[in-house]
Design a protein around this ligand. Structure first.
Ligand code: ZN
Length: 393
């Protein structure tokens, strides 16, 4: 399985090169908007777009042959997405140019890239650290995107095909419970408390409520200022959450690597419905109804794949109510779990117990010899009131 990773690299740009990059970025955006306005909206085929506009793009905007093709491709992609979402293509604000192997190349010996601009080919030195060097070494990237950031710096996002190591064969699992009190809790007892995160998010949510009220009343200029502020806040909250998720997922994957384990996660589809089964306050519903869990899981998946660690997804039913020692149903009160089996009587952190059940389920799913967990359940002679284990096979 090949994984495509995007490596973001800062470019060292001289003043004269900056002028050329600016001209290219601007021509690319203008060409995109012009083609979008001057061709029928229903044309989503890049070759068709090219046959309609190729000449015009080249003479009007001075783009090279391959950059003209990139314009058509980029617009075609945007139109396809817009069609799926049933809305028109928005005007392009610019700030980017897409490149393929004909107009972009990477040279490892001096860590440079060469890019086609409206004034010919230019070579740029990469301003990168050891992570980027490690990822780029020995690679033959075929695509990249030139980006201009808000602060005026230029970046090249290079797509690198990466063959991750084969997942190791292992029977050890780290279970991860994604909860709402703790963001994540592993079967090894590591946990990430959600308190600070919730505080930050509650703060933003209150601010949003105030601003939204103001944005619907007040004078015209107040309304506009509130809208601008809202937009800025949404970016800040999102970046904070992303940073937290990167840290958690990185740590989980590093732990799995160090202990030669695979990772077992709960199947998150429908988490919103499940978490919201009991009547809960509006605040709690807002906290769990977010893209944050989804993002965390995605981060775990891609970081694990990169490290050659398998991720197993298990059905989440009853994982929080089953005792991980004896597999009886226990009692959960808030953060505390108590096993009612007189022979066991385990007591402790409910999320830690949940994470351990997930790890057990992960081992059961991952093993070819079938659902041993179900056999154990029957061994207690207690009619199982639920199906904890995964179906046969
Ligand atoms: Zn027990």
């Amino acid at each position: 399985m090949t994984q495509v990773l995007t490596i973001s690299c800062k470019l060292k740009v001289s003043a004269s090169q900056a002028v050329k990059l600016e001209a290219t970025l601007s021509a690319f955006a203008q060409a995109l908007n012009w083609v979008n306005q001057n061709t029928p909206e229903k044309v989503v085929n890049p070759v068709k777009l090219q046959s309609l506009c190729y000449r015009a793009i080249r003479t009007r905007f001075g783009l090279s042959s391959n950059l003209a093709q990139q314009v058509c491709r980029r617009l075609a992609a945007a139109r396809k997405v817009a069609q799926q979402k049933n809305r028109p293509v928005k005007a392009f604000k610019g700030g980017f140019v897409t490149y393929d192997a004909r107009i972009f190349s990477f040279r490892e010996k001096d860590w440079t890239v060469s890019l086609t601009t409206v004034e010919g080919r230019e070579r740029f030195e990469l301003d990168v650290g050891s992570y980027q060097r490690g990822m780029l070494a020995g690679s033959h990237p075929k695509a990249a995107t030139l980006i201009k950031r808000k602060d005026g710096s230029y970046y090249i996002q290079i797509c690198v095909e990466h063959d991750p190591p084969e997942p190791q064969d292992t029977t050890e699992a780290i279970g991860v419970d994604l909860g709402r009190r703790d963001i994540a809790h592993t079967s090894e007892g590591e946990n990430w408390n959600g308190q600070q995160l919730n505080q930050v998010r509650d703060h933003y949510s209150r601010l949003r409520a105030v601003l939204q009220r103001k944005a619907s009343r007040g004078t015209r200029s107040t309304r506009r200022r509130c809208r601008q502020l809202l937009q800025r806040l949404s970016g800040r909250e999102r970046r904070f959450q992303t940073w937290v998720n990167h840290r958690i997922s990185k740590s989980i994957v590093a732990r799995a690597q160090a202990t030669h384990s695979f990772i077992a996660l709960e199947d998150l589809t429908g988490i919103r419905e499940r978490v919201n089964q009991q009547p809960r306050s509006k605040t709690e519903r807002r906290r769990s109804n977010s893209w944050a869990f989804y993002q965390l899981r995605q981060f775990v998946h891609y970081k694990a794949a990169r490290a050659g660690i398998q991720v197993v997804v298990v059905p989440p039913a009853y994982s929080s109510q089953t005792c991980h020692r004896c597999l009886w149903l226990g009692q959960r009160e808030g953060k505390h779990f108590r096993c009612v089996n007189p022979a066991c009587g385990w007591e402790g952190d409910a999320d830690l117990n949940g994470a351990n059940v997930i790890a057990l389920l992960g081992v059961a799913v991952n093993r070819p010899r079938g659902p041993w967990l179900a056999c154990q359940l029957q061994g207690y002679g207690k009619p199982a009131p639920y199906r904890l284990a995964v179906g046969a096979g």
